[in-house]
Design a protein around this ligand. Structure first.
Ligand code: SAM
Length: 319
């Protein structure tokens, strides 16, 4: 069972003052009062992905009330919290020390501490450390709560104009071309918008691979979202590849979104598929013909393959 209890009054009252100041400093907060009662346990708090205005009032109150704020890089988070006029107790929790310090964090949580987890930017545990700590808390019946907010993948998806009803988030694609191409191949038949984080340096190469493996798909590059130089560039994968290859490596932070495969055209009759196949078989192998017709029509490959076999059988029968 989770224990309740301890709090450091000194930390709490100092930090609370800082939070109140931070809130009252911002006229846009108006009459909104952050009624956060940070309960003992772990609270995941989202922070801005670039625009300091994108912080929840409840997040500021949580920082003020926490016994400890875990972050990735204390320098980055000190700067962020300083911008809100807050000085809180920070400790780093990142990929290189997580295994080692997790038992200590859990022991503090068992004693009833209120611990907040943030990342350098956005939502913790999304392409950032956190999920193992959350999982360990659940295993030990330690309360886990959230103060949600910005995350680059949702910001990018919602303004992309690509379908949002089904999407797949794959974090960062592999850096090595072979592994990256294999990852894209594995996603080929998924009827979802594909969302990946990408580095500006690799963007053009990834677009080139994607254009080859997922030809004709619509795509969007969301860059520097919520910041001064926010950019949302739309086109086919080939168009975007041509743009970024010509422009050279872009700056800033990037989300790459790829639309789902085209829906099969309901007007595509068997006769129309056969016509397309006959033309394709005239200038290529059966395999190539099936692939190009399936891509062009959006009809399932196995269905096109069955039609192709019939056509080939018919032709050999005629002979
Ligand atoms: N936890 C973060 C979140 O919730 O989005 C993601 C952390 S991940 C280490 C950092 C990556 O997120 C960047 O390399 C970039 O792909 C994406 N990203 C973060 N901020 C962004 C922004 N303002 N615009 C576009 N992409 C962003």
């Amino acid at each position: 069972m989770r224990k309740t209890g301890k709090n450091s009054p000194k930390t709490s009252s100092c930090a609370n003052t800082a939070a109140t100041q931070a809130l009252s400093k911002s006229p846009e907060h108006g009459q909104i009062k952050a009624k956060s009662r940070l309960v003992p346990g772990l609270t995941l708090v989202a922070t801005p992905i670039g625009n300091l205005g994108d912080i929840a009032t409840r997040a500021l109150a949580a920082f003020a009330e926490a016994d400890l704020v875990l972050c990735e890089d204390t320098r980055v988070s000190k700067k962020l919290l300083g911008a809100y006029g807050m000085s809180v107790r920070l400790a780093s929790y990142h990929d290189h020390n997580a295994e080692r310090i997790r038992p200590r964090i859990l022991s503090r949580l068992r004693r009833g501490d209120r611990i907040v987890l943030i990342s350098d930017a956005g939502t913790p545990a999304i392409a950032d450390p956190g999920y193992k700590l959350v999982s360990a808390c659940h295993d030990e019946q330690i309360a886990v709560s959230t103060i949600p907010g910005p995350t680059a993948l949702i910001a990018a998806l919602t303004i992309s104009g690509l379908p949002t009803d089904r999407f797949y988030f794959g974090g960062f694609l592999p850096a090595k071309a072979g592994a990256r191409r294999a990852a894209l191949e594995a996603l080929k038949s998924l009827v979802s918008t594909l969302v990946h984080y990408e580095t500006p340096r690799r963007l053009a190469a990834t677009l080139a691979d994607a254009a080859e493996i997922l030809p004709g798909r619509s795509a969007v590059v969301g860059r520097e979202l919520t910041k001064l130089h926010e950019e949302v560039r739309r086109g086919t994968l080939a168009e975007l590849q041509a743009h970024y290859a010509a422009a050279g490596p872009c700056r800033g932070e990037v989300v790459l979104l790829i639309g789902p495969p085209a829906k099969p055209d309901p007007a595509m009759t068997e006769t129309a598929i056969d016509d397309a196949l006959t033309a394709a078989l005239d200038c290529g192998t059966l395999r190539d013909a099936v692939q190009s017709v399936a891509r062009a029509t959006g009809v399932a490959r196995n269905q096109v393959y069955r039609r192709a076999l019939r056509l080939v059988d018919k032709v050999s029968g005629d002979v």
